[in-house]
Design a protein around this ligand. Structure first.
Ligand code: PHB
Length: 395
């Protein structure tokens, strides 16, 4: 028996309605390109998925200047530096001094909320909570099929399909002949949300004999913290006391710093890996964001990279569909990957700079401290970190 699909035709079908998919949808809409977004998650599920909280300067600019929202400038916090903490003391990296740039503390959940509101405001076709997504005929006549949240089968025919469906992408697998680059790490991050006041005005990245820890923030009363752990750790097996004990030991020092405690309200173990798939185009299908690449969370590059991808992709799609420049869609891979590999290196580098590897020798440990000293003790070292952290200029 054949299924009766309700069928629509759009220029671009976007699989994945997280920040990358919605930002692309917004940019395409602004360029007059009609598009439909589908996602198997509900809006509430995405709103409650905690991810990183730091936006590069150009990510902030994109949100504001493309007309999504300027809430980041009113409710986000400008951070003009970070602390690197090692040897029992904090060393400030002043971004403004080093490279004249800042980043913004503005959690991904807020970025999603702004984008979702903007797309609803502008009448976007957003279909959340779909099931059974299938992407077909990507070589020449792409179609997306799914069952809507109302239980009715839908088919979307499009000129292009964009896979912005995250690190568990189904679209990724449709790119025939792709090359995949992987790196696994022998650790993960234990992430917590805690009810406590901030302990410092900016983020603290700490290297200690017990391993890495990061003190980030969310609001005046809720903070986000992480510490290096074994990838097999079960978060539910950890009591609040045990978590605080780990964090306190890793932040301990001789400079009077106090880490302020409170109840742990959420705990998760975050996977830790580097991944790139190339090319990002296959026929009429293109990939964006985590679907094509993953970075470890050190340095908070994931969301920023996804936003950088879709900024370049929106332009390529406009040229491809409106300017008859199909090559622009092919060139997208190289344009996006230039930034992706810089960010891959930066995230890997910050990770190895601050984490403890069980097999590390005395030599390795002292070399790591030497590297930290040469970053905080040299203008060139500080500028290198500051430039990567606040984000390289758009190409
Ligand atoms: C966060 O606030 O969640 C965060 C900040 C910086 C990172 C990673 C995560 O490098």
């Amino acid at each position: 028996m054949s299924v009766a699909y309700s069928s629509t035709r759009v220029e671009v079908a976007i699989v994945g309605g997280g920040p990358a998919g919605l930002m692309l949808s917004h940019l395409l809409h602004s360029a007059g390109i009609d598009n439909t977004v589908i996602d198997n998650r509900s809006v509430t599920a995405i709103e409650n998925t905690h991810r990183a909280g730091i936006l590069e300067r150009d990510s902030v600019r994109l949100l504001v200047e493309s007309g999504v929202s300027d809430r980041v400038l009113r409710e986000g916090q400008e951070h003009r530096g970070i602390d690197l903490r090692f040897g029992g003391a904090s060393h400030r990296i002043d971004f403004q001094d080093a490279v004249g740039a800042s980043c913004w503390l503005y959690p991904q959940t807020e970025v999603f909320a702004d984008l979702h509101r903007a797309r609803v405001r502008d009448g976007g076709d957003l279909r959340y909570g779909v099931t059974g997504t299938e992407v077909l005929d990507v070589r020449d006549e792409p179609r997306v099929r799914c069952v809507g949240a109302d239980g009715r089968p839908q088919e979307i025919r499009a000129d292009l399909v964009i896979g912005a469906d995250g690190s568990r992408s189904v679209c990724r697998g449709l790119v025939g002949g792709a090359t995949r680059y992987f790196r696994e790490y022998p650790f993960a991050w234990f992430g917590v949300l805690v009810e406590a006041p901030p302990s410092a005005p900016e983020l603290i990245y700490a290297r200690s004999e017990q391993g890495f820890a990061l003190i980030s923030q969310r609001t005046r009363t809720v903070q986000r913290m992480y510490f290096q752990c074994d990838p097999s750790e079960d978060p539910s097996a950890w009591s609040d006391d045990r978590i605080w004990d780990q964090l306190q030991t890793r932040l301990a020092g001789t400079d009077g710093f106090t880490l302020r405690e409170g109840p742990v309200i959420e705990r998760t173990v975050l996977p830790f890996r580097s991944f790139v798939q190339t090319p990002m185009r296959h026929g009429r299908l293109l990939l964006a964001g985590d679907a094509a690449h993953t970075v470890p969370p050190t340095g908070a590059k994931g969301l920023n990279l996804a936003l950088a991808d879709v900024r370049v992709l929106a332009e390529a799609v406009e040229r491809g569909l409106r300017g008859g420049d199909d090559d622009a869609l092919t060139r997208y891979t190289d344009r996006a990957l230039a930034r992706v590999w810089k960010a891959q290196h930066f995230s890997y580098w910050m990770t190895t700079l601050l984490h403890r590897v069980a097999s590390a020798s005395d030599f390795d440990e002292r070399r790591q401290l030497g590297e930290l000293d040469s970053i905080v003790g040299s203008a060139a070292g500080t500028a290198y970190l500051a430039e990567g952290y606040t984000g390289w200029p758009n190409s």
